[in-house]
Design a protein around this ligand. Structure first.
Ligand code: PLP
Length: 439
């Protein structure tokens, strides 16, 4: 109970209460309230955050159950290890070689002592891959977005950004102090209205922020229509392609390749934490922009560099992408197979990316459903309020090249079973199921 004198304890709260009511409390009461909320989750065996893995993030993982501590084997549908690079022998060998050659880390930021020939090689390869003059590496994707947005934009500038933009892009805008306005997700009519409005008021530069592949729904930004619109209004297009790299396009070079727009996006940001499975991020753009960002992106200038062994894994990953195209083919086949399976269950999955969203009906308890997946040995991530509005809660399935058809069938079976357990019959038609099984 919350009274005038603070939090008195002893009540069941949902997360919305914790966020809304907690705001008015002093720190000690706020943290006590959150402790009670966590205790409630634990008692209900609904806390699936930070499940502890004792294996690589492969198609099959070994996970400790947070409720019992018992270890179990699960099929992994929650990792962005899209091409299976986390355990690729070439990647591991390169990391080991770099450890030997450069030691564990550099102990400093790139502008001072934290830059090696490996960092330079990766930057050059990324620029070539994206068809830009230059690229620079950040120590996280989050830091890349924050540094990029706050480094390039200032109070006089206007940023129009998609409503589904990642938190790191939004944090960059907060830090920059730019005038920022969201447009409805992938709504070009709305974006056009906003561009018209922006050009009618005094401003410095105009920027538009989109994601190549949106991290929540796996859908794509219609770059083929957004880029001409930006050109028409003289706006700089910034694309976050965290989930496009290694997945989209015939060679996995990203969402620009998918749309035949390689080398044409003014500023592309990407991460090493998805396809490449490690940490780090990058920005690819003109030489003038990259030279400028090296000195004005604070998350670059004031943060230590990636360890050389991490940089080496990304270089090795790029080589695998080039020399083993069958991995990408396999990923695309698995995405098509899983998407067809979900459609036959009645989910409107149209994604060509590796992220497949399973929207949860509003009446369905997502935490209990998450527990049901866990109990069936299926590792999926649930995306709950406040990450998304309550009406848009979903499970996010990540498909990998290393999944077998049997893994995907097992997932589809679990979804059908769990939905019916909660009173939502799946709509699988016999003929669709037969066609899928025959494929
Ligand atoms: C679209 C998008 N941008 C940026 C990031 C941040 O990247 P990282 O996790 O590599 O810091 C993420 C990660 O979740 C993302 O999905």
């Amino acid at each position: 109970m919350i009274t005038e004198s603070g939090y008195q304890g002893g009540e069941n709260f949902d997360l919305r209460d914790v966020l809304l009511k907690g705001r008015s409390l002093r720190l000690a009461d706020r943290t006590a309230l959150f402790q009670d909320f966590l205790g409630q989750l634990r008692r209900n065996e609904e806390n699936l955050c930070m499940r502890c893995l004792s294996s690589p993030a492969d198609r099959e993982v070994t996970v400790a159950d947070p409720a019992t501590g018992m270890t179990r084997t699960m099929v992994m549908f929650g990792s962005n290890n899209y091409l299976g690079l986390a355990t690729h022998p070439v990647v591991l060998a390169r990391a080991a070689k770099a450890l030997d050659a450069f030691g564990a880390g550099l102990g400093g930021p790139p502008l001072l002592n934290g830059y090696t020939m490996l960092h330079r090689e990766l930057e050059e390869r990324l620029a070539a891959l994206k068809g830009t003059e230059a690229a620079m590496i950040f120590s996280s994707g989050y830091g890349a977005n924050v540094g990029l947005v706050s480094g390039l934009t200032g109070k006089a500038d206007i940023i129009l950004y998609d409503a589904y933009s990642h938190a790191s892009f939004c944090d960059g805008m907060t830090l920059s102090g730019a005038q920022s306005f969201l447009f409805s997700h992938n709504d070009l009519a709305h974006l056009t209205t906003m561009l018209d409005r922006a050009t009618g008021r005094p401003h410095g530069d105009l920027f538009v922020g989109v994601e190549g592949v949106y991290s929540m729904d796996g859908d794509l930004a219609p770059l083929d229509r957004i880029l001409p619109l930006c050109r028409q209004y003289g706006a700089h297009l910034i694309m976050d392609d965290a989930h496009g790299m290694g997945v989209m396009g015939a060679h996995g070079r990203g969402t620009a390749e998918h749309f035949g727009l390689e080398g044409q996006i003014p500023v592309t940001m990407g991460t090493f934490s998805k396809t490449f499975t490690v940490t780090g991020g990058f920005v690819a753009s003109s030489k003038a922009i990259i030279d400028y960002l090296r000195f004005f992106a604070r998350s670059y200038m004031f943060s230590a560099s990636l360890p050389p062994a991490t940089v080496a894994t990304v270089i090795a990953g790029l080589e695998v992408l080039e020399h083993e195209p069958e991995r990408l083919t396999r990923l695309h086949e698995n995405i098509a197979y899983a998407s067809a399976g979900f459609r036959s269950l009645g989910f409107p999955v149209v994604s060509s990316s590796a992220i497949l969203p399973l929207r949860v009906p509003e009446g369905m308890d997502i935490r209990k459903a998450a527990r049901a997946f866990h109990d069936r040995g299926i590792f999926v991530n649930s995306v709950e309020y406040p990450a998304v509005p309550v009406s848009q809660q979903r499970f996010r399935v990540s498909v990998m090249a290393t999944h077998t058809k049997e893994d995907i069938d097992r997932l589809l079976g679990a979804v059908a079973e769990i939905w019916s357990l909660f009173g939502y019959e799946s709509k699988e038609h016999d003929d669709e199921r037969r066609r899928r099984n025959a494929a």
